[in-house]
Design a protein around this ligand. Structure first.
Ligand SMILES: *[C@@H]1O[C@H](CO)[C@@H](O)[C@H](O)[C@H]1NC(C)=O
Ligand SMILES: *[C@@H]1O[C@H](CO)[C@@H](O)[C@H](O)[C@H]1NC(C)=O
Ligand SMILES: *[C@@H]1O[C@H](CO)[C@@H](O)[C@H](O)[C@H]1NC(C)=O
Ligand SMILES: *[C@@H]1O[C@H](CO)[C@@H](O)[C@H](O)[C@H]1NC(C)=O
Ligand SMILES: *[C@@H]1O[C@H](CO)[C@@H](O)[C@H](O)[C@H]1NC(C)=O
Ligand SMILES: *[C@@H]1O[C@H](CO)[C@@H](O)[C@H](O)[C@H]1NC(C)=O
Ligand SMILES: *[C@@H]1O[C@H](CO)[C@@H](O)[C@H](O)[C@H]1NC(C)=O
Ligand SMILES: *[C@@H]1O[C@H](CO)[C@@H](O)[C@H](O)[C@H]1NC(C)=O
Ligand SMILES: *[C@@H]1O[C@H](CO)[C@@H](O)[C@H](O)[C@H]1NC(C)=O
Ligand SMILES: *[C@@H]1O[C@H](CO)[C@@H](O)[C@H](O)[C@H]1NC(C)=O
Length: 884
């Protein structure tokens, strides 16, 4: 314990002197007086200094015996009672340590202000500080609860204990402080209900209890606080409706903050009429429902109105246009509607709000085109958020009038047209987000004039043509996202001059040529994605200079040559070079050591690397791929010949096959049986190893018996931690939804849910095939049974079934389907040795919508089909930029 005592800052002599003085004054005096007198205050200050363990600015070094304690900085003594300390004010000095309880002996203290330091421990005892008027210990690290004895400081006017770690309840006795005008306890961890007795403090002007864990409802007694101008209760867990009692204090109330609680019900329709002096109203992040009351337009003093993230519905009242002082309007994330000219009228009204700076209507149900009046908005408008609505049509060129705009968010709508006419004029823009719309045309080179841009997100549109080299002028840019468009030509070398760039995404376009060497000058880049393009050439060796890079995805291109060994110098957490034409030996260090974060599949020429990558050894590789090449060349004609034989077989034996065993299960088009995670867990003995019948590229397959229907099923559980497993699930569902054929593995149903650990769980449930897959038969892998050979007739049946299935997929489906992975392990056999084609995890739907596709290879090496098309994955709805 001794070692934990705080370091002394004062000299020992400084304490001895007053102590002697004290003794010489007479012990009788001390024992007779219960409270300290004027000569002892210096002692309590010394003791206070003694407990401070850190004083980085050396402020307290001048608290020494060379001058009277009344001259010490931060100390003020009484003019009428010499030597008695009336104020101790040490603000923002980074002092740390406990607040000595000796402070409680400074009985003449009227101001104690130790705000913005690093004081820890409990609050000092306040019982004797009956003259205290100002208590400010905010922004420290104080623990414990607020002492009940605070009610003894009956002269308190301002109490500020905000931003500490205080716990427990607000002592109801605080309500006994008759002269309190400011009570600020925000940003602590206070619990319990708000004591209604606080309403007895009629002198209260500012009551700020926000960002604690207070519960219950807002006391209706608050209607008595007729002097209150600010009530801030946001960030708690308060429930109930809007506190109508506040209408009684309408004259005084200017700031009302009830955001981030659990308040519900409709907003009172008279809210604006009865709170006419309101300037700031925060009701965002609650559960309010119903319409926005039109009366809010009568609270003419409103400057800031936040109703975002509630369940508000209906049209937006056009009365908001009367609020000429309004500078901040947040209505985002509700279900507000605008469908026709009349319901869009509010938008025209807002052009009358001549002070408007920030407007968010994002995440609502606004439909149709953005009115042309957008160009008439206040010239002070700096931010406008309209993302996540149902806006369509062209963006009016009048947007270009908003010359002060520095953020424009139109993402996740269905807007179209070109952007050239209006983007170039918004020269103050710092952020432009147009992703996930249907904008067309080429990227204007005038984008290069928006030199303040830090964020440019044009992903997932229909932009075409080259990437303008002028983007290299955007010297502040940190995010450049152009993914999922139809951009063509080379990546301009000028992108390399974006030295502030942190994230670059050019994936899923039609970019050609080499990756420019200059990209290695993007020294701050962390994620670089150029997957699914038509890039050729080698991976620049200079990429080793990208010291901040943590994710690099160049997959699905036509890159060739060897992987630069120097990539192992980077601190990559993910590297995807799969599906290129890379060759040679795989480096062994750095990211290449970790098979889980390195994707190199689909490169036929790669070899070596660490064992867990499961790549072929280097000496064998060239011969092997040659053999594979010739094998494929030989197999294709052979396969073609067999197909003809099979066709003949079908026509001859077709009748016989039709009396096959009836399908046990509900077929497509009818209702799929519903199964839960628990059903599947029960069916497979909690996914036990004993029921594991196989492992595929995207997960495991279990055998099980469903309890309701008492049927044997095979359950394919997707391992969602694997890259692409999710996509594989979607692909397979997509394919299987649209097909049905006797030689395709019948699927029963799918299950997409969360497991008992609340993690995503996806599985497909198929009919169980008792004879396993063809591979085990061909290669005699059935260990527990005596290996049986397939008879010629059985082999013919298998071939016919598979050919039949493929013919169906290629020619008879609604949409042409390419399986992409036909191999013996994906051919399953039933009791009668009929074959079924399964595993559509990487299948491709070759449809009409091939505009966005790019060339890439997929499949199991050795069975891969040449020149397959892959569809880019659909991005998840990303939430748009939020307010603060
Ligand atoms: C004592 O305080 C005075 C100012 O009041 C200061 O100038 C002096 O340096 C201090 N002495 C020490 C030893 O810190
Ligand atoms: C304490 O007060 C007495 C008179 O009330 C005064 O004479 C004396 O100087 C004061 N002591 C100090 C240390 O200021
Ligand atoms: C406060 O003063 C009393 C006597 O006046 C003394 O006994 C007590 O120790 C002091 N408290 C602190 C914490 O210094
Ligand atoms: C607080 O004041 C009351 C009376 O006003 C008194 O009885 C009580 O002792 C005081 N509390 C302390 C801890 O001094
Ligand atoms: C405490 O002191 C700081 C700095 O002088 C001041 O800004 C703050 O208002 C004071 N606290 C109170 C409650 O007066
Ligand atoms: C409250 O303040 C008034 C004047 O501001 C004063 O007269 C009264 O004594 C104070 N009440 C208490 C209990 O200190
Ligand atoms: C607040 O208290 C609750 C329990 O009362 C605790 O779970 C939570 O972590 C605390 N929060 C902070 C910021 O201390
Ligand atoms: C609070 O005020 C009401 C009247 O406004 C009174 O009846 C009640 O006794 C007061 N409570 C306390 C604890 O003083
Ligand atoms: C906007 O102001 C104009 C002129 O002051 C007025 O005619 C129009 O009605 C106002 N619109 C709204 C919605 O307040
Ligand atoms: C987007 O708008 C186009 C017409 O411009 C329409 O054909 C398409 O269905 C719309 N898409 C959505 C998702 O509303």
């Amino acid at each position: 314990m001794a070692s934990m005592r705080p370091r002394r800052l004062g000299k020992p002599t400084t304490l001895i002197f007053p102590t002697l003085l004290l003794l010489s004054l007479g012990a009788i005096k001390i024992s007779s007086a219960p409270l300290p007198d004027n000569s002892t205050d210096v002692l309590w200050l010394e003791a206070f200094k003694h407990e401070i363990i850190s004083d980085p600015s050396g402020w307290l070094s001048s608290w020494n015996s060379s001058s009277s304690h009344c001259l010490w900085p931060g100390v003020k003594c009484s003019p009428t009672h010499p030597g008695r300390v009336v104020a101790l004010q040490l603000f923002g000095l980074n002092l740390a340590g406990q607040i000595s309880s000796s402070i409680g002996n400074l009985t003449f203290l009227t101001t104690l202000n130790l705000s913005t330091n690093g004081f820890s421990g409990q609050l000092p005892p306040l019982d004797h500080l009956q003259k205290l008027q100002v208590l400010d210990l905010s922004m420290n690290q104080l623990h414990g609860s607020i002492p009940y004895a605070i009610s003894n400081c009956s002269n308190l006017r301002k109490v500020d204990l905000a931003k500490n770690f205080l716990i427990g309840e607000i002592p109801p006795k605080v309500g006994l402080l008759p002269n309190l005008s400011v009570l600020r306890l925000s940003f602590n961890n206070l619990t319990g209900a708000i004591p209604p007795i606080l309403a007895n403090i009629t002198s209260m002007e500012k009551l700020i209890l926000s960002y604690n864990s207070l519960t219950g409802s807002i006391p209706h007694e608050f209607g008595k606080l007729t002097n209150m101008s600010r009530l801030s209760l946001g960030g708690n867990r308060l429930s109930g409706g809007f506190p109508q009692c506040l209408f009684n204090i309408s004259k005084s109330l200017q700031i009302l903050g009830l955001e981030s609680n659990m308040l519900s019900n409709k907003l009172p329709s008279n809210i604006g009429d009865d709170l006419p002096n309101l300037q700031v109203l925060y009701l965002n992040h609650n559960m309010f429902e119903g319409q926005i009351p039109a009366s809010l337009g009568n609270a003419l003093g409103l400057e800031r109105l936040e109703l975002g993230t509630n369940y508000l519905t209906g049209e937006i009242t056009s009365s908001l246009g009367k609020l000429s002082n309004l500078y901040y309007l947040n209505l985002q994330q509700n279900n507000l509607e605008a469908v026709d000219k009349q319901s869009w009228e509010f938008f025209n009204g807002l052009t009358n709000c001549t002070s408007l700076e920030v407007l968010s209507l994002a995440g609502n149900q606004l439909q149709g085109t953005i009115p042309n009046t957008i160009g008439n908005f206040s010239s002070s408008l700096t931010e406008i958020y309209l993302g996540g609505n149902k806006l369509s049509g062209m963006v009016r060129t009048s947007v270009g009038n908003l010359g002060s705009l520095y953020f424009l968010g139109l993402e996740y709508n269905n807007l179209t047209g070109t952007i050239e006419e209006w983007t170039g004029k918004l020269t103050k823009l710092q952020g432009l987000n147009l992703q996930v719309n249907s904008f067309i045309g080429s990227l204007p080179s005038s984008l290069g004039q928006l030199t303040q841009l830090t964020e440019l997100n044009l992903g997932n549109n229909i932009f075409e043509g080259p990437i303008p080299p002028t983007l290299g002028n955007l010297q502040q840019l940190s995010l450049l996202n152009l993914n999922q468009n139809n951009l063509q030509a080379n990546i301009p070398t000028q992108i390399g001059s974006l030295t502030t760039l942190v994230s670059l995404d050019l994936s899923s376009n039609k970019l050609t040529g080499k990756i420019p060497d200059t990209l290695s000058k993007c020294q701050n880049i962390q994620t670089m994605q150029m997957a699914q393009n038509l890039l050729v050439g080698t991976i620049p060796i200079s990429f080793r200079m990208l010291q901040s890079l943590s994710m690099l995805n160049l997959s699905h291109n036509s890159l060739s040559g060897a992987i630069p060994v120097s990539l192992n110098e980077l601190q990559l957490s993910e590297l995807d070079l799969s599906y290129n034409h890379l060759e040679g030996e795989i480096p062994r260090n750095g990211v290449f050591e970790n098979a889980a974060s390195t994707y190199l599949g689909g490169n036929w020429g790669l070899c070596g690397g660490v064992a867990s990558l499961h790549m072929p050894l280097c000496h064998a590789v060239s011969r092997r791929s040659e053999i594979e090449y010739y094998l494929i060349r030989a197999l294709i004609p052979l396969f073609g010949f067999m197909s003809i034989t099979m066709l003949a077989y079908i026509t001859i034996f077709g009748k016989k096959r039709s009396q096959r065993r009836k399908l046990l299960f509900l077929s497509f088009g009818k209702k799929f049986p519903r199964v839960s995670y628990n059903d599947l867990s029960r069916a497979t003995g909690n996914f036990s190893e004993a029921n594991l019948i196989g492992r595929g590229s995207y997960g495991s397959v279990y055998r099980g018996k469903l309890t309701q229907s008492k049927i044997q099923v095979a359950i394919k559980v997707f391992d969602l931690s694997l890259k692409c497993a999710d996509r594989s699930f979607v692909t397979e569902c997509d394919v299987l939804r649209s097909i049905r054929h006797r030689s395709l593995l019948p699927i029963l149903t799918a299950c997409s849910t969360i497991d008992n650990n609340s993690e995503a769980f996806k599985a497909l449930i198929y009919e169980f095939m008792p004879k396993g897959n063809l591979d085990t038969w061909l290669h005699h892998k059935i260990s527990d049974r005596s290996p049986k050979c397939l008879s010629l007739a059985q082999r013919a049946t298998v071939v016919v079934c598979v050919a039949d299935a493929l013919a169906y997929l290629h020619y008879d489906c609604e949409r042409q389907i390419v399986h992409c992975d036909v191999k013996p392990t994906n051919i399953l056999l039933d009791d009668d040795m009929n074959a079924y084609l399964g595993d559509f995890g990487i299948a491709s739907l070759v449809g009409h919508s091939s505009s966005n596709t790019s060339v890439g290879l997929k499949g199991t090496i050795g069975y891969i089909a040449p020149g397959m098309y892959t569809t880019p994955s659909v991005p998840k709805y990303k939430s748009f930029k939020r307010f603060h």
